[in-house]
Design a protein around this ligand. Sequence first.
Ligand code: NAD
Length: 489
Amino acid sequence: MTAQATQEAALSSERRPGTDVSKADIISFEPATGAEIWRGKPCEIDEVVTRARQAWPGWAAQPLANRMELVRRFANEVRKEADTLARTIAREVGKPLWEANAEVESVINKVEVSIRSYAERTSQRKLDSALQGTMAVRHKPHGVLVVLGPYNYPAHLPGAHIVPALIAGNVVIFKPSEKAPASGEILIRCFHRAGMSSSVVQLAVGGPEEGQAFVAHEGVDGILFTGSANTGLAINRRLATRPDKVVALEMGGNNPIVVWDTPKLTDAAAIVVQSAFATAGQRCTAARRLIVRDTIYDALMAEVKALADRLIVGAPFDDPAPFMGPVIDNAAADGLTESFLYLLSNGGRAIKHLVRPDETLPFLSPAIIDTTAMADRPDVELFGPILQVIKVSDFDGAIAEANRTRFGLAASLVGGTPQEYNRFWANVRAGIVNWNRPTTGPSHAAPMGGIGLSGNHRPSGYYAADYCAYPVASGEMEQPRAMIGVGLK
Ligand code: NAD
């Protein structure tokens, strides 16, 4: 966005309906430069919810074919805006342009997947029942759903909730991360250009305070959340006595990648590096802990370090293209630096130090630290480019180490025999379990979610249709036909 466009965005946000003029502006900054990219007022919660409630009956009453047609048109609008959206994502969250382009492609591809998934997972069925009647199974939408988005995939992940929710007949209020409102604004503009009204799918800018207000609002029927475990727990706690509201929580992970015997150590190292450092480690599925067999430790770590040393860290539009960009902001970079120092001063041995070349910007080099000797490794998600390494001597020890976490999102085994992979698959606790593949890059056509602190058993991806509508069983006959067979005088 040019300075003029930024100014226009700021001005138009002043006029946006449903914004609260009394509150402080939400401002989004480019991580790579520190420059302001977007500014606007937080939304006015009651007004946004009231508009959504009024729009819902009309939207739900539309034939399914119309709703599907409109989301397909949305995909076309995203295609038209692909360049603007990708450049905005790259600027706003700092990921390399090639990666932002891939994110936009995912938004588009997810639409057809969501249509297929709705048809497969929530289709109408009719079964025979007693007295030649039928038992119909159909699905109904919940009503007003609020999608709370994270910053790391500011278009793809919200889209993966919004599109299935709309197909099912819900209206959607989308609150993007306060760190990525510009990307969220373009996404919602594409829905409106596709012909959906601004009440059926609304942009609601805000931060945690607005998120909390939506969670607590009586007019909201459900929360579809992607973000950190701490926030997910707060939402879960707040709605613990509200079984009437649907809550889908997609949270983080402390994901293990186990490397066992393999003749292809160079490939294994590439899988490890990709898993740990793509998107500067800011992926929910990023590998945080490399668990490696002692007999191959030296050879593997030499390859991993050599490759990590070659990764280019740079700004989104740099030429040659960087492998990874900065982390989201200086506060995140400070936190990661502190965490690295904590590991270092509590028994960790640095294999590759975390380096921050400019203290005023959040660029971090990929870091690797051996924490085998640490007595108490903190089971937290370090959301950045820090990989811990743990050396083990037997396969059962590797599985036990992989499971030493309250999270359970993604886990990979690299190398090993088919029998070892079977043991790994059966015993490791995670919603995504891979073999000779990175922990990252989940398929759109499969469920995407985790157990433990990673989710509440409502995986997104292909299974998002499941929580966007509820099943209704209906015993049906054309005419009433009944008699009482026993117990009459
Ligand atoms: P976050 O939890 O800080 O924020 C997510 C959203 O929740 C934002 O819109 C935020 O404004 C809102 N929010 C914050 N506090 C709230 C509260 N108390 N009540 C209601 N809403 C609140 O997460 P983030 O830092 O934006 O995203 C990174 C996290 O997301 C990482 O932990 C990552 O692992 C996770 N993530 C998970 C998945 C997945 O599919 N499982 C995918 C991507 C990211």
